[in-house]
Design a protein around this ligand. Sequence first.
Ligand code: CO
Length: 248
Amino acid sequence: MIILKSEAEIGLMRRAGSLVWHVLDKVGQAIRPGVTTRELDAIAENTIREAGAEPSFKGYHGYPASICASVNEQVIHGIPGERRLVEGDIIGIDVGAVLDGYHGDSARTFAVGAVSSEAARLLRVTEESLTAGIEAARAGNTLGDVGHAVQSYAEANGFSVVRDFVGHGIGRKMHEEPAVPNYGRPGLGKRLRAGMVLAIEPMINAGGYEVEVLGDNWTAVTRDGSLSAHFEHTVAITEDGPVVLTLP
Ligand code: CO
């Protein structure tokens, strides 16, 4: 069942989303060669708790941290630890927070110092593919329209779309219906309505789309070892079009 949100609820979700934006910004400012992903996790957790919110990820199906930190060929769900970033890495940071009962969920992939031109292009195209998906997230369109917008943009730029993980509805729970694939065919799938709130989160690989999960049972990596990027926003569908909630 897809749970529609009232304008008042969307207002509460905007507060959670705004906090998540600030957390991502603060973590982003700390990203540099030499920092560990555990230090980034601590910054996020402290910032979330200082705001009177709770990290959505911590304890979720036993997940041990407040952020996911996914480096280079890691696609999503990298667990923070003692790894130190080095110049040329890319790192996906995914943050979720629940404030006054409502979740915000957003991710960005950052460059660590100077990165290869191919890595820089992957980051740019992945973020732009998210923008294309958000543009398509309009009442009357379908989930297939959203997925197709993301997929056609990424593939036109020579990259591939991860199939094994998808976006999701979000509200009082971090994961609600519907599933939001980053691939699809125009006009197919559920029709979007005002009041739906979706976490749209393309995961785009420089090589093939296949992924596998490491022995820690969380970290998803590209099967061919190619770089991967991830951007995510929490987006409300309103009569006036898509509204990104994970902004300042
Ligand atoms: Co999400």
